[in-house]
Design a protein. Structure first.
Length: 194
């Protein structure tokens, strides 16, 4: 891949990490539906380029697994973007007669944004663990991120109160530390290529 792609990939990865951090802040602390919806949308869109960059570096390990990870990652990223866009549209212009506790029809309880993305990050992390040019800590952080994302999705199926500790603690850990750090660290890995 050309040097310009790697420059874009490292910058976009860092922006995805910062956007994920902003999403967590506005969802957990500020509780501002318009802002957290906007940052969920942005995080989904910003994460696409880093996922493609990961695929291009990891296809040498096992091309078919890397392709599956990419497909799941893109599905999760687009699911997050659509979920954020849906919530943003409802925050800007609240529909009358709508039950706000109903899950999004395109991403019910975060199936794509959290569940599928978690599985993609787990697959990418497994592939990273088989390469010496990725820091071991980055793949371990990715494993933790993937597990936390899947746990968050599974908890959202049964726990509807975001303040419930069974959901809140994984969200705090993933949203404020693990996921932003993973994307930002990944950005610095891509910067070496740029």
């Amino acid at each position: 891949m050309k040097k310009t792609f790697w420059q874009a990939a490292w910058m976009t990865s860092i922006l995805a990490g910062l956007s994920a951090l902003a999403y967590a802040y506005y969802f957990v602390i500020a509780r501002d539906p318009m802002m957290y919806s906007l940052f969920l949308l942005l995080t989904g869109l910003l994460s696409i380029k880093p996922l493609v960059a990961l695929y291009s570096r990891l296809k040498e390990v096992e091309e078919n697994f890397a392709l599956i990870a990419l497909i799941l990652g893109i599905a999760g990223a687009l699911g997050a973007a659509v979920h954020g866009g849906y919530d943003l549209a409802n925050a800007i212009n609240i529909p009358t007669g709508m039950n706000p506790s109903l899950p999004s029809q395109v991403d019910p309880r975060g199936l794509l944004a959290f569940g599928v993305t978690g599985i993609a990050i787990l697959k990418f992390s497994w592939l990273m663990s088989h390469r010496k040019d990725f820091a071991r800590g980055l793949s371990l952080l990715g494993f933790l991120s993937g597990v936390l994302l899947v746990v968050i999705y599974l908890m959202r199926l049964t726990v509807l109160n975001p303040a419930d500790p069974r959901l809140l603690y994984p969200v705090l850990l993933e949203g404020f530390i693990v996921n932003p750090l993973w994307y930002i660290w990944l950005g610095f890995e891509f910067r070496k290529r740029a």
